[in-house]
Design a protein around this ligand. Structure first.
Ligand SMILES: [Zn+2]
Length: 66
């Protein structure tokens, strides 16, 4: 077994350019892109999990690098 069973496969969206990638959501809620170790093509490394539920929050500025 090479993959952690606790990892959740999901779609993740770049916080900068909005590109969507397949990613693993780790148990600690961090997002790890699949096959893209260097992050987004735009150079950003902040991603947001895309939830299937319609949960749009216009004021998203939680952990933006304190
Ligand atoms: Zn991007």
């Amino acid at each position: 077994m090479s993959q952690n069973d606790n990892w959740l496969k999901a779609a993740a969206k770049c916080c900068e350019c909005g590109a969507v990638y397949s990613a693993w959501i780790l148990p600690d809620d961090s997002v790890q892109l699949i096959g893209r170790k260097d992050g987004c093509r735009c150079g950003a490394s902040a991603f947001r999990e895309i939830s299937s539920a319609t949960h749009d929050d216009p004021s998203v500025s939680e952990t933006d690098g304190a």
